[in-house]
Design a protein around this ligand. Structure first.
Ligand code: NDP
Ligand code: MG
Length: 381
């Protein structure tokens, strides 16, 4: 069980919930980081008294430094400051930064020898091979926080050999636009896309759920975390978000993890693993949930899922490219600059922007990210 913790992205949706779990479990906070939200991190510093805190935004960090001058917390700034928080040598570093900005801190936490509780799926999507290989070399555990991956992780406890796993089945809520046609999707608004039926999350992942790009990113995340081929990972739409994912074994037994859709369960499991502890989340009342339904996704209407599958199968820098196109297009959609279907158009176009290489360095991932963001802007604006 984790005794000391750093929360990167502490001002966001997962970060705030992680601190709630830490508060209830009495876990000591060593470091906190955010980007722009000064007031939230100021309150967190006053409550948790971390040794260090950082804001990636330099101006916000300067403001924070003045505000918490009366505390013993050292305030750092910029991407370097965030990386220093990742290197604070806490038992566990929980990375809940959004986007590829989480990749360097993920690598820093592994390098510093901390267990990594990973919500930032973009780290694995963009730098999967480097992250997994470095963690393996250093003997570092990566514990999933993403609910589907936590469900799979929980469902493989007690499995003695990976060869006994036949298939992973990721469940998907289907997002706010499940059942809509492409014609209907053309003019959906940002406000409609931000209304997720079951989960309350940050804006970027909520839009990713509406396009179902989130499930594509999660497919890549699962392939890296559990060392599976993309062809052995299925996706099922499950509107109720009660069954968080399933594992099918060679004897055709299927084991799943169920619970209310509340991220504090997977967050807590990553912090108490291999133990369990009482949770603030309510009990699952299956009689009240009544029907649990499952169906195949509409891959033609929500083409981002298969674009991610293709990117993972092609390997190299292609996953980083589709991620970059999505991050840029997702941001432009939220600003009202492009239409909803332009997001998948950008993701599809990303394949033409990168060289086909089998091996890559972290620097190449960051260069690809920048190049594809620029190409996406040229394509869409
Ligand atoms: P939020 O947008 O709510 O929070 C993102 C956090 O990242 C904030 O603390 C933000 O700081 C910080 N941040 C933003 N940009 C940077 C940057 N350039 N450098 C350093 N920090 C930065 O997102 P979520 O909490 O919803 O999601 C976080 C991650 O967890 C994502 O990868 C998401 O896919 C994943 N995830 C989220 C789930 C959820 O339920 N929310 C479920 C499963 C996975 P600030 O706010 O101060 O600007
Ligand atoms: Mg998820």
């Amino acid at each position: 069980m984790t005794k000391t913790l750093a929360v990167l992205g502490s001002t966001g949706s997962i970060g705030v919930q992680a601190l709630e779990v830490a508060r209830l479990s009495g876990i000591k906070i060593e470091a906190l980081s955010g980007c722009t939200r000064v007031d939230i991190i100021e309150n967190q510093i006053r409550e948790f008294s971390p040794r260090i805190a950082a804001l990636a935004d330099e101006k916000a960090a300067a403001e924070l430094k003045i505000k918490v001058a009366d505390t013993s917390t050292k305030v750092l700034s910029g991407a370097r400051g965030v990386e220093e928080c990742a290197r604070c040598a806490a038992d566990t570093v929980l990375n809940s930064i959004v986007g590829i900005a989480g990749l360097a801190p993920t690598l820093a936490a592994i390098d510093a020898g901390s267990t990594l509780a990973l919500a930032n799926k973009e780290s694995l999507v963009t730098g999967g091979k480097i992250v997994i290989n470095t963690a393996r070399e250093r003997g570092i555990s990566i514990l999933p926080v993403d609910s589907e991956h936590s469900a799979i992780f929980q469902s493989i406890q007690g499995c003695r050999s990976k060869s006994q796993i036949k298939k992973l089945i990721l469940t998907a809520s289907g997002g706010p636009f499940f059942g809509k046609t492409r014609a209907e999707l053309k003019d959906v608004t940002v406000e409609q896309a931000l209304k997720h039926p079951n989960w309350s999350m940050g804006a970027k992942i909520t839009i990713d759920s509406a396009t179902m790009m989130n499930k594509g990113l999660e497919l890549i995340e699962a392939a890296w975390l559990f060392d599976m081929k993309a062809s052995d990972i299925d996706i099922l739409v499950h509107r109720q978000s009660i069954v968080h994912s399933l594992v099918e074994y060679t004897d055709n037994s299927v084991i799943a993890q169920l619970g209310l859709p509340d991220m504090r369960i997977p967050i807590q499991y990553a912090l108490t693993y291999p133990d369990r502890a009482p949770s603030p989340v309510g009990e699952l009342d299956l009689a009240q949930a009544a029907a649990l339904t499952f169906e195949k996704p509409d891959y033609e209407t929500f083409s981002c899922i298969n674009l991610c599958r293709k990117a993972f199968e092609k390997g190299g820098l292609f996953p980083a490219a589709v991620n970059a196109a999505n991050e840029k297009a997702n941001e432009l959609f939220r600003k009202g600059a492009i239409g909803f279907l332009d997001i998948e158009r950008a993701v599809g176009a990303a394949f033409d922007c990168v060289p086909d290489v089998s091996d890559y360095t972290a620097d190449q991932v960051f260069e690809t990210d920048e190049a594809v963001r620029r190409a996406t802007e040229r394509l869409l604006l």
